[in-house]
Design a protein. Structure first.
Length: 410
């Protein structure tokens, strides 16, 4: 039997280790990496797009395998090991900066390593959420989203000091945060696997990946969520990772502080809406809320490309983030609720893969789009394409009529 204190500590250790530490680190990395590319190295937009693609490319290769590994060995040991290994990435950057070895090649090497670690840790961590939900899955998803994006905002603020104190101390904080997160995950009390796992073979991993794929494909709801995730990766993530940093640099003569303001506005809007949803209670029409928020998000992002002053652009990005709060909560809840218990890590791997796997293509697409049209016109094009795709999904899928059951399949 699990004691009341253990039931309270499970979500706390998960939020501190699996969500809080990782996304605090991710916030630091998001600003620092973009700052190193666009301001420190002064790279052209197409090279920024390729570097950002390298950061996300491992998701195409390893995310689904990572989900199969987590289902095989258990999410906790995989998440602990990979989150500790993630700390080697910022250590590598600190060494490069100290020996004046930062270059395009070396920073792409960091991007590939960081992407590999994220591809393994993400499905392992996401698969653990249902084990700490205690039957209140949508509420836990909201809590995770608030912790995730709230602490990511803190990471943006910390990284905003890169111009004044240098990137090395900021990256040092990232190392400490990642190691603390691994510590809290290690303290998470979960049931042991019924049998000790044997070493997986390539065939068993491939079979596990295929089984998860067939499960997602067979569900009209999970497959529609995966499809809209692909569109998000192409048009929203690519814009966020490539076009907006270049917009800040070329249109607003930006610094790391302005990059942090933009990132914080996006995350702040998301946290605000998720907190409101948490107070209002569970959303019944999850699919309808998801699709409507995506359509409004496309309009909000498109407004950023209309040549507004910097404050107006920040407001548009904040509104975009507010819509993202609804999108992320509803899409995660739909996937968690419809995933079989013995495939949960694999299903969440497909969830992340559909978003992050499309990210490298979106980064490359947006990098060249900026090169051809300029950052403002590129934002308008990407947001228009997103609106078109979501409109088609709304008309052709069954998501609009989906009603959630607010539980987890046993």
């Amino acid at each position: 039997m699990t004691s009341p204190s253990e039931r309270r500590l499970k979500p706390l250790h998960y939020y501190l280790g699996g969500t809080g530490a990782w996304y605090l680190s991710h916030g630091i990395q998001g600003v620092t990496f973009a700052w190193l590319l666009t301001i420190e190295l002064q790279l052209e937009p197409d090279l920024v797009g390729i570097a950002q693609m390298a950061l996300m490319l491992p998701a195409l290769l390893l995310m689904l395998v990572g989900g199969s590994i987590a289902d095989h060995f258990g999410g906790k040991p995989v998440a602990v090991a990979t989150q500790a290994a993630a700390a080697l990435g910022p250590v590598y950057l600190i060494v490069l900066l100290m020996v004046d070895g930062l270059s395009y090649v070396t920073i792409v090497g960091f991007a590939l390593y960081a992407g590999c670690v994220q591809a393994i840790v993400t499905p392992a961590r996401d698969g653990l959420l249902a084990l700490v939900a205690d039957g209140r899955l949508q509420r836990r998803v909201m809590q995770v989203s608030m912790a995730q994006w709230g602490l990511q905002m803190v990471g943006f603020v910390l990284a905003s000091n890169a111009d004044t104190i240098g990137p090395e101390p900021v990256l040092g904080v990232q190392v400490v945060v990642l190691l603390c997160g691994a510590f809290f995950l290690a303290r998470l009390k979960l049931p042991m696997l019924a049998t000790a796992p044997s070493a997986p073979t390539l065939r068993s991993l491939a079979a596990g990946v295929m089984e998860g794929f067939q499960t997602v494909r067979a569900s009209p709801y999970m497959s529609a969520v995966a499809l809209q995730n692909v569109a998000m990766g192409m048009f929203f993530m690519g814009t966020y990772m490539v076009t907006i940093p270049v917009l800040i640099r070329d249109v607003y003569d930006g610094t790391s502080a302005q990059l942090s303001w933009v990132n914080a506005a996006n995350s702040g809007g998301l946290v605000l809406v998720v907190a409101l949803l948490y107070r209002l209670g569970d959303v019944s029409r999850q699919g309808r809320a998801l699709l409507a928020s995506q359509l409004v998000a496309a309009c909000a992002l498109g407004s950023v490309g209309l040549g507004m002053p910097f404050a107006g652009a920040v407001a548009g990005i904040c509104a975009w983030g507010m819509c993202g709060g609804i999108t992320m909560t509803m899409s995660r809840t739909i996937m968690q609720e419809h995933a079989p218990a013995d495939q949960r890590a694999r299903i969440m791997a497909f969830y992340s893969f559909s978003f992050m796997g499309a990210g490298p293509i979106g980064a490359l697409f947006n990098g060249y789009l900026v090169d051809w049209l300029g950052p403002q016109q590129a934002i308008v094009v990407s947001s228009s394409l997103m609106f078109l795709v979501i409109g088609i999904i709304t008309l052709r899928s069954r998501l609009w009529s989906l009603e959630g059951h607010h539980g987890v399949k046993p």
